[in-house]
Design a protein around this ligand. Structure first.
Ligand SMILES: [Zn+2]
Length: 314
């Protein structure tokens, strides 16, 4: 798993809230802010609906634990939020909106969230792309609906409907992670949380390791300490085992590219293609990414960690 990082996360959360607020203060809206404030107070006397929507990952954990202890929970209290409103948010219908400087409405939904975060790859598996697609649908006004691949509720909206539109509970993710693996499960680490240092490693099994995938395996020891439940739910070991060929390529490149060749390439293209020797390595190794760009390419964390262990990266 890779963390969701963005310099303006709080600003984005604020915009998310404003879009909800703009819609839910409309005169004709039945389930408005007042309605949800009342329902929230019933279970969380010290909080407002706004505070639920903007709750950070730690507070969300606490709220979910607190919700768990209620013997009688009326799920219908938040059903409109988890069903109609969420669906509208996901599909980008003309419900939520922010305003530009002239006061014009700018419709807001999951597409804006994913585009704003700048994420291209699922943070849970760092394996599948998350793509924005345009789908033509007859029932929509413009005959065009824009949706993202998937949006996962870290705490499932079926069990925790009050968190259905909470910013830090909405995780852009791939279909496999969301629908095939996670479903209603809860994993150990929210991608918006600060994730402790972990890395993938390489374990050599026998002397075939430089030409045969069976000669080595991926070492998860350091990763498992913090991501135990994530690894289990998303079947990380099973799916990553399918990608050992990429590690084999790295092993072979480490052996076959002498330093003199890397130096030669660097000298030739310094200042044009390459800023430093790491850029040359990236070029030769099918584009290993820097840590801050893990969210842009599949398996970037795995290939980065292994390349580092092999001494390809400093
Ligand atoms: Zn995924």
């Amino acid at each position: 798993m890779i963390p969701i990082q963005h310099r303006d996360l709080e600003k984005m959360a604020q915009r998310h809230w404003e879009a909800i607020e703009n819609y839910m203060t409309g005169k004709k809206v039945k389930y408005n802010i007042k309605y949800y404030d009342k329902k929230v107070k019933k279970y969380f006397p010290l909080l407002s609906f706004k505070e639920i929507v903007l709750a950070n990952p730690n507070l969300i954990d606490d709220l979910a634990s607190y919700w768990d202890i209620f013997v009688v929970k009326d799920y219908a209290d938040f059903e409109p939020l988890a069903e109609t409103s969420y669906k509208s948010y996901l599909t980008g219908g003309e419900t939520f909106y922010s305003k530009d400087k002239k006061g014009n409405k700018i419709y807001y939904g999951s597409k804006n969230l994913v585009e704003g975060l700048g994420i291209s790859v699922c943070p849970y598996c760092n394996r599948n792309y998350i793509k924005l697609v345009e789908v033509e649908r007859e029932e929509t006004v413009n005959n065009k609906l824009i949706r993202i691949d998937e949006l996962d509720h870290f705490y499932p909206k079926g069990k925790y409907p009050f968190l259905a539109l909470s910013f830090y509970n909405l995780i852009p993710s791939c279909k496999t992670c969301n629908q095939t693996f996670k479903k209603e499960e809860i994993v150990s680490v929210n991608p918006y949380s600060k994730i402790e240092e972990f890395s993938f490693g390489l374990k050599i099994k026998n002397s075939k390791f430089y030409y045969d995938k069976d000669g080595f395996c991926i070492d998860y020891e350091k990763a498992e300490e913090v991501l135990d439940k994530n690894f289990e739910v998303f079947h990380i070991k099973d799916v990553y085992d399918q990608h050992k060929d990429q590690i084999l390529e790295l092993i072979q490149k480490q052996i076959t590219y002498p330093d003199s060749y890397i130096d030669e390439l660097f000298q030739k293209y310094e200042g044009t293609f390459f800023r430093n020797k790491e850029d040359v390595i990236r070029h030769l190794s099918n584009g290993i990414m820097e840590e801050e760009n893990f969210h842009l390419r599949p398996l970037s964390k795995l290939t980065h960690d292994i390349a580092k262990e092999l001494g390809l990266l400093d």
